[in-house]
Design a protein. Structure first.
Length: 739
């Protein structure tokens, strides 16, 4: 039998793992034979194990390849295959019925980032729903809402606040606060840049409840800290800096407002409590000596980068951690200088100097949408916060973490509408949102659910209609880097398997069933040419044909991108985009909200379910739910090569394990009032006593008694948002016993 020659297709992975890496796909006879990553000129964007395993994901035996209709109870995983025509007819009929009876606000839609790029993403479904009459859209970043709120309030923007990774080589001290880039990637080459910095003699300190892989390979000091107490330690560091007159007063006077109000709080003038290292020691578990030493080192080492990981912001009052970190960076004059850090977050959007131009390009070339009529004339949740779009601030929107509460309570519970239909794309919502049991109850109450997916996830099992979506290797798209500067074409390597379709194809077909005309007047290639032209015009790049040939265009920066450098070097002509034109340590916008739990200066507020909570007598261990190297959130969970790489288990300290008679590898029961799960124990010194870690993303698999055997951390978390809408996935108390 004659076979064709092997061809190599260059494309870009984007699986929501933290990186966007170059993949070279070897194809013969229409079948992917093997994958390679970048072996070209530096910097190389080399794929992690997840990207390299993608061939197994494409050809996985459990992949969804045909439309399915539910024939059993919700969640029972009983479906039958139907044609696309039947599936879309059922979906369109349900959408029309719900809209006509209950109004368009009763339709909920959410799309996450997984496997999406610039064309095949939330925007094309948003356009369809807006043309249908509107819908209830979500607000809130699951990963980073506390940080986005804090950046908007303090800097006036949520964009371009992170340096490119090569700037770490200009630092003399790097503090990895709640940050594990060896696992979360945080854009290509982040760990490589940190390793180079370490080899140059830069001291790296890790502040984290766990001795992470990043701490083990990069850091010379590990400071374990109790979850939810990070702002207390940062504020105590500020106390030392103020008392020893180590703050950069010139920087504070020139570029900030409100420091004196913060100072009054720190010194106890406001409330009579001095925020000393001894005060913080009792809260954080970090010794006063360690806190004071790190404060002095950070204040006197120039420049220093306080890299604020986003995990500590995923706590009950996570906003305070982010605002305190930014304040400390301002106090030490490390904002806008080479080797410093704005301390806003450990990753950035299109933050490599062409931020605004790149955002313009992303919007200019993509499919536009009419207004969402559900949001027309609706007031804002609070006064428009600088740096946040008005649409994200609409009171008609639902925090994406509160869908279950809103479905269960509706208008009677104070929500804008009674919700009847849920459309989910690229998201394992049930698995990844707090308090799985509550979400299960909500999904059972809905009249109709549609899920666009590649696998029969725990969420897909609750759908009425499941639509199979092709992978990025089976379609074309456009991608651009974040802190890693690149852009390029996501080249299609093979034809879609089975009857799977792209998001655009699904929307085009559904538009016809809904009677919508004029939904799309361009082919996939025409849209991609439009996007490429937008980039070429805005930031300069090869044209579409050149990009398609080479796959990735690596942007050559003459120097590292440093956020707010222009504001620091020329403040008269480049004010910060806040109402004052300065870094707002005191935020009048927050003060105007008049919400006690959102103070206008950063403060320490004890979390619910803290180590001091009376509930700790019953559930004495604090839970964190960290990322897992072999998964990208809940993606890749069933891939054999990756399952061989790591065992999903709960991390528990030796002291806590011995007190419970638990040995490494034992099956244990982890539980609280919200649920229970059974999984193996990893007994280790790499997590501090009193804290346990169930990595997020494992698939929910309840047995006949409702006990989760899959190890889904969100069985245990609490479905309540922080004051600004952040997801407190690292705020929960549990107990662990032998199973």
């Amino acid at each position: 039998m004659e076979t064709s020659e092997e061809k190599v297709v260059s494309t870009i992975c984007n699986s929501h793992c933290g990186g966007s890496c170059l993949i070279n796909i070897h194809v013969r006879d229409g079948v992917i034979r093997r994958l390679e990553s970048d072996d070209g000129v530096e910097p190389q964007f080399r794929a992690c194990a997840r990207g390299r395993s993608y061939r197994q994901r494409v050809y996985a035996p459990d992949r969804l390849l045909y439309p399915l209709k539910r024939v059993g109870d919700r969640g029972a995983d009983r479906f039958e295959r139907v044609s696309w025509d039947e599936a879309l007819d059922i979906m369109a009929s349900a959408m029309k019925r719900v809209r006509d009876i209950y109004g368009p606000a009763s339709i909920l839609f959410f799309c996450s980032v997984g496997d999406g790029h610039l064309l095949h993403n939330v925007g094309i479904i948003h356009r369809l729903l807006c043309m249908f009459g509107g819908y209830t859209a979500p607000w809130g970043f699951i990963s980073y809402e506390a940080g986005a709120f804090s950046a908007a309030a303090t800097y006036g923007t949520v964009y371009g606040t992170a340096s490119t990774g090569d700037d770490y080589l200009n630092s003399r001290l790097i503090i990895m606060w709640g940050w594990d880039p060896a696992t979360t990637v945080q854009r290509c080459n982040t760990s490589w840049h940190l390793a180079q910095a370490r080899e140059r003699g830069v001291k790296i300190v890790s502040v984290d409840p766990r001795y992470t892989d990043s701490a083990a390979t990069l850091a010379s000091q590990w400071i374990p800290i109790r979850p939810g107490t990070d702002s207390a330690m940062l504020i105590a560091m500020a106390y030392v800096i103020i008392k020893e007159n180590l703050q950069n007063r010139e920087f504070l006077d020139t570029y900030t407002i409100g420091f004196d109000k913060f100072k009054d709080y720190v010194l106890g003038i406001e409330d009579g409590v001095e925020k000393t290292p001894a005060w913080a020691e009792g809260i954080t578990g970090v010794s006063a000596q360690t806190i004071a030493s790190l404060a002095r080192e950070y204040a006197t080492t120039k420049p220093a980068a306080l890299v604020a990981g986003i995990a500590p912001g995923r706590t009950a009052y996570g906003e305070q951690y982010h605002r305190a970190a930014i304040t400390l960076s301002a106090m030490t004059g490390n904002i806008g200088v080479p080797g410093g850090s704005a301390a806003d977050r450990s990753w950035g959007g299109e933050s490599w100097g062409g931020d605004i131009a790149t955002l313009t390009a992303r919007i200019k070339g993509r499919m536009a949408s009419p207004p969402n009529e559900v949001e027309a004339g609706v007031p804002l949740r609070w006064n428009a916060l600088a740096g946040r779009s008005r649409s994200m601030n609409s009171s008609a929107r639902l925090n994406v973490g509160l869908f279950a509460d809103a479905i269960l309570k509706g208008k009677a519970g104070g929500y804008p509408a009674d919700y009847k239909l849920l459309w989910l794309a690229n998201t394992n919502y049930l698995n990844q949102i707090l308090e799985v049991g509550k979400t299960v109850r909500a999904l059972r109450q809905l009249e109709f659910i549609v899920v666009q997916e590649q696998f029969m996830t725990p969420t897909a099992k609750f759908a009425d209609i499941v639509l199979p979506v092709c992978t990025y290797m089976e379609r074309n798209d456009f991608s651009c880097g974040g802190a890693t500067p690149f852009y390029g074409i996501v080249n299609k390597a093979i034809e879609p398997l089975g009857e799977s379709k792209s998001h655009l194809e699904i929307c085009e077909a559904l538009a016809l069933n809904l009677g919508i005309t004029g939904y799309n007047d361009k082919s996939e290639e025409e849209w991609l040419r439009s996007i490429a032209a937008g980039f070429s015009e805005a930031v300069g790049s090869p044209d579409y044909d050149a990009l398609k040939e080479q796959g990735v265009y690596k942007v050559r920066l003459q120097e590292p991108y440093i956020p707010f450098r222009q504001q620091i070097e020329d403040p008269q002509n480049n004010p910060f985009p806040t109402s004052s034109g300065k870094v707002e340590i005191y935020s009048q916008q927050i003060a105007d909200m008049a919400y006690t739990l959102l103070p206008p200066i950063p403060k320490y507020i004890e979390t619910w379910e803290s180590a001091n909570d009376p509930l700790a007598k019953k559930y004495p261990l604090q839970l964190v739910t960290t990322h897992f190297r072999r998964r990208a959130h809940s993606q890749f969970e069933t891939i054999p090569w990756l399952r061989e790489q790591q065992r999903h288990a709960i991390w528990i300290n030796t002291v806590d394990a011995e007190a419970r008679g638990i040995k490494d590898g034992d099956l244990v029961r982890v539980f609280n009032d919200r649920g229970q799960l059974i999984l193996p124990a990893r007994v280790t010194e790499r997590i501090m006593p009193g804290v346990v870690d169930v990595p997020e993303g494992a698939w929910y698999q309840p047995d006949e008694n409702g006990v989760d055997r899959g190890g889904c951390a969100n069985v245990l978390t609490r479905n309540e948002m922080s004051p600004a809408g952040a997801f407190p996935s690292n705020t929960a108390l549990v107990q662990v016993v032998r199973a």
